[in-house]
Design a protein around this ligand. Structure first.
Ligand SMILES: Cc1ncc(COP(=O)(O)O)c(C=O)c1O
Length: 281
């Protein structure tokens, strides 16, 4: 069950070919994307996702995404969806064909959430910390590394996930060379310490998460303190709860870190999930 709409608003067969083989998104991963969670026909955090698509496109010096066209294209997929209540909606914006006229390729594809993600939301996950190989200090010095842009070049992120699976883990938490915590390959790291929630700062070269943003908004309203500042591995281990936040994962609990069981944070997990869901009630 998939629904595909091209950026011009036409529905297309998701099983058929539509993108040229010389599209630079395919040849070089030269493009940007977003994955939006849709629940009961309503996209969550669509504004922040489109803001981030625009920010990523700017960093790659791609043509600016046409916001009105994207909103209309999203609506076409929402209207045609006949699948489960929850959908992962991918928005893809590439540099278009090599030696073409510079017109970007754009499409939105809706698909069901993967079984594994759904299972992990309930059971929690085992996470492995892995070296990401850069120091946060490089972010401003080397803008061409595109740290903090959501590009289509996710081969490293996918490889890290496979590494975790081959080493008795479900998820990865990337560490910077200076020992600070970065993010997951497709998620943000959040810890709870008492009534304080903390996450790592975008200035360290990570993606500003729309899910983490929604959770912090709700938590602040409920009287929690929130902090966006560097985190260390000992802080992850000592926290009352360690979580990975992303659009499709929502707030997933980490119960085992680098093979060591963490304190049971099931109750905290239920509380944070309820806070996050309250944003969309
Ligand atoms: C590298 C990375 N960090 C963080 C996130 C979480 O972002 P969001 O909550 O907006 O889905 C993602 C999402 O896929 C990601 O790819």
């Amino acid at each position: 069950m998939r629904v595909l709409a091209m950026l011009d608003g036409t529905l297309a067969d998701p099983e058929a070919a539509h993108i040229r083989v010389d599209d630079l998104g395919l040849l070089r991963g030269d493009g940007v994307f977003e994955t939006v969670l849709v629940v009961d026909g309503k996209p969550r955090e669509l504004g922040p996702h489109l803001d981030r698509l625009e920010r990523s496109a700017r960093m790659l010096e791609l043509p600016a995404p046409d916001r009105a066209a994207w909103e209309a294209c999203v609506q076409v997929v929402l209207d045609a969806w006949r699948g489960p209540a929850e959908m992962a909606l991918k928005l893809v914006h590439t540099r278009g064909p090599e030696f073409g006229d510079g017109t970007p390729t754009g499409f939105a594809i809706g698909m069901p959430i993967g079984e594994k993600v759904l299972r992990n939301r309930e059971s929690g996950v085992r996470a492995l910390t892995l070296d990401r190989g850069f120091d946060p200090e490089i972010v401003d010095r080397a803008p061409w590394l595109l740290l903090g842009a959501k590009t289509l070049s996710y081969a490293v992120n996918m490889a890290a996930g496979r590494w975790a699976e081959a080493h008795d883990a479900d998820e990865v938490i990337f560490m910077a060379a200076d020992g600070s915590v970065l993010e997951g390959p497709t998620s943000n790291v959040v810890i709870a310490e008492g009534r304080t929630l903390r996450t790592t700062p975008p200035s360290s070269g990570i993606l500003r998460g729309t899910t983490q943003g929604a959770l912090f908004r709700a938590a602040e309203q409920a009287g929690w303190v929130t902090k966006v500042e560097p985190l260390t591995l000992p802080e992850l281990r000592a926290a009352d709860g360690l979580f990975l936040a992303s659009s499709v994962r929502k707030i997933t609990r980490v119960h085992t870190l680098d093979g060591e069981a963490l304190p049971d944070a099931s109750a905290l997990h239920r509380e944070l999930n309820a806070l996050y869901e309250s944003e969309y009630a």
